[in-house]
Design a protein around this ligand. Structure first.
Ligand code: UDP
Ligand code: MG
Length: 312
């Protein structure tokens, strides 16, 4: 008898959590000799999500972990993976954008032992604002140029993994987590399933453009040190340019004397170089701040309650 754990991060998902549970019950009959365990992770929801989890955990196949506040989806996924006990573990959104119906196919692929993980990516960005798609594409282009770890365009967090791979993912205990990179970094054989984007069943997305933008910057810092090299390369380049200018000015002064002019160009150059210096300092600051957060070794999440603490 095999066991599949479904890890479901939830942040203000009162509209969909029950729908999700019902949908999973429907697909169970397609599996033979497989038991399920649903682990809802309440990521500091401000609505009735936790109450609904308590309610649902009266069923044997439901467990939950509730955070003391909102720690973000990355932390929620980590907590869910840690709590999971199944031979296979899937990460799924609560909003049914990751169709449970795909689980059967994913399970069979892993059972054939040819792969250690089945991941999903959406092939279209239909229904997404044009500007967001544009920046998303640009982001994937850049990150894959500057990072050795492959970050697949359109990859969702929805994937089914073997216990071995889950344990590997859990062994990366970094505080600044970027799962898309971590799944790829740990290696193993991954099969990609492609599917069309599905709209959210109810409720609304938790990601604003700004949140996504900051998340993308974080992922760059987490999986590439190229920006740091850019700072060094720019430094060398500027020294070189300065050297040429010095020679040019010395030669010109010796040949033509020293007419005092060039104040506007001087101001432009000062502003430009000042800008580049601040940029480089900023890049270093980004890495320094992440290092600072890592060395503090704060826990990735704090649990306030699980199904075991539930009264009655
Ligand atoms: N989520 C979370 N913590 C957060 C934000 C989101 O656990 O701080 C969960 C959310 O409840 C959902 C999943 O992450 O199950 C994906 O969020 P959402 O559907 O809003 O993102 P989208 O699908 O629009 O990218
Ligand atoms: Mg969603």
């Amino acid at each position: 008898m095999k066991k599949i754990s479904l890890v479901v991060p939830c942040y203000n998902e009162q509209e969909v959590i029950k729908l999700f549970y019902d949908e999973v019950q429907k697909i169970k009959k397609d599996f033979k000799n497989v038991s399920f365990e649903i682990i809802f992770v309440n990521d500091g929801s401000k609505d009735r999500t936790l109450e609904l989890m308590r309610e649902l955990s009266k069923n044997d196949d439901v467990r939950y972990v509730s955070f003391s506040r909102n720690f973000g989806k990355e932390a929620a996924m980590y907590a869910g993976l840690e709590a999971s006990t199944g031979d296979y573990v899937a990460i799924m959104d609560a909003d049914l954008q990751d169709p449970p119906a795909l689980l059967k196919e994913m399970y069979e692929i892993l059972e054939s032992k040819e792969y250690d993980s089945v991941a999903t990516r959406r092939v279209t960005r239909k229904g997404e604002p044009v500007i967001r798609s544009f920046f998303a594409r640009l982001y994937y282009k850049i990150i894959n140029k500057i990072s050795k770890t492959e970050i697949v365009d359109g990859a969702r967090d929805f994937r089914l993994m073997t216990r071995q791979m889950v344990d590997s993912v859990l062994s990366l205990k970094e505080y600044n987590r970027f799962s898309k990179g971590i799944f790829s970094w740990v290696g193993y054989r991954t099969k990609w399933l492609e599917y069309e984007n599905v709209e959210r069943a109810a409720g609304e997305t938790k990601w604003s453009f700004w949140k996504l933008f900051l998340y993308s910057l974080e992922s760059i810092v987490a999986f590439s040190t190229v920006p740091l090299s850019i700072a060094s390369v720019m430094g060398i380049l500027f020294c070189f340019v300065a050297f040429i200018i010095i020679i040019f000015i010395i030669v010109r002064t010796l040949m033509f004397g020293d007419p005092t002019s060039g104040w506007p160009s001087m101001v432009c150059i000062m502003f430009f170089i000042g800008g580049v210096q601040l940029l480089c300092l900023g890049i270093m600051g980004q890495y320094l701040s992440k290092t600072y957060l890592e060395v503090k070794k704060r826990p990735i999440y704090i649990v306030a309650e699980t199904e075991k603490d539930k009264i009655n």
